[in-house]
Design a protein around this ligand. Sequence first.
Ligand code: NOJ
Length: 539
Amino acid sequence: MVDTRRLRFQRTYLHRQPLSAINTDIYDAEKSIYTKHIVDRYNVQTPLTMRAKNGAHISIAEAALVDFGALHLQLDPKTLKFKAFLIPTPDSLVKSVNTLPFHTPWRAILLSKDAAGILTNRLILNLNEPCKIADISWIKPMKYCGIWWEMHAGKSTWDYAGSQNGNNLAGLTPSGKHAATTANTKRYIDFAAKNGLGGVLVEGWNTGWEDWFGKQKEEVFDFTKPYPDYDIDELTRYAKEKGVQLIMHHETSAAVPSYERQMDAAYSYMNKYGFPAVKTGYVGKLIPRGEWHDGQWMVNHYVRVAERTAKYRVMLDAHEPVRPSGLHRTYPNWLACEAARGQEFNAWSKGNPPSHECTLPFTRILGGPMDYTPGIFQIEVNQFDQNKKERVHTTVAKQLALYVTLYSPLQMAADMPENYEKRPDVFQFIRDVPVDWDDTRVLNAAVGDYLTVARREKGKTNWFVGSITDETPRDFVLKLDFLDAGKTYEATVYEDGPGAHYETDPYPVNIRKVTVRRGDVLKLKLAASGGTAISVMAK
Ligand code: NOJ
């Protein structure tokens, strides 16, 4: 049945527009999580990727952003010329305060005769300083699941005693909706162990969530104090027994000095319990008051966190930081960032339009891997509240393909175990897909429209293909000329099933197996905002 309450996107959300149509106000007006840079109708983020009439592509970018405000571009609507706009300090006349001698970040221009060439360009990464970490043996790509989407979808809460209850736990009674309990964490650990996922992220494990959202308050969170129903000793033991690693979560509520004061204690605590990775978060208006998420002070904070986590041999996944500029070359423990609209926006806002995932690789992801958190199977986010009309704006098959098209060495299987357990045949692709690669081929690409990528698994001869489209259904002919000559492979194709459409029926996934060799051809049929994911395993 067609859900007539579905949310529609205005044309202005689509990123294919002439320069004269730039209007970024719409993003700020729609839904805020108080993550702030300066929003101006004519200011655009970098990398800014443009297509000329002859098909050439140009991307204006920044690399090695350290000790400076982030580079935005401001359009003069009359002349259609851009000028550089640095995110300023709270005193908006001052852009940056530096001590001589100092280096500004790089300004880079990526040029290519087509869209695919922009994706294979490594200029931003290579303009960064070489690795500053002597021993990198502890830095390992990872697939993970976690206590996360269930809160965004409204099943449960981060807080223990109901939000707005203050952060003094004494006297608070549990609301019964807290997600990060010992029992629930064990459920996720079991699921990860059964399905070969290396990590389990747990959000809402520490005290403070009763008092966190939008208050611009200091000392809300304690990063070494679990809630009473989260038995960290037992969970560490249990995870170890099951061969799974726990990922810690540090929501700072953008109270950054409070976090800086606790960093050493927090990372020592992680070391004590053997947590290999931390996901940080900066939701809220910043403290120091007046600072911006993309300003010089915060840029330096993110680098301090990368350095400090490295000292403690902790891998980092930052949410709500400035968009990356290739610093993962210098600090390879900084595995991924969100730093753009991720999957979660689909749970509580109008969401990400079908063109969004077809745009990110050409813009935000040029600077570094994105923790987008793909893999939602329950597309309509009304499982726990029939009146909720938010939804993911893709088909299920497209969610699978994102594991290949959106590069990240840290990839989440973002949905809840109970939703995956309903569709084990479809989930098989997420079990199989790796997060580390030896080779990448861009098979077709058009910014904001479609993208097909093939990647070879690290150290193996298996290939994985992801193909995605925007709201336009498309047919592609895929020539398997990247496979090794003389080898036989089994391809498992996960494609949009009959009648699939992101708005009216996102769920059908057709799975077929084909024996293939180098040079064979596969025909792909992508639904509206659909996709195809293929595992090509050497026999
Ligand atoms: C925003 C983050 O991006 C999201 O992943 C997290 O669950 C919430 N903040 C709560 O910290």
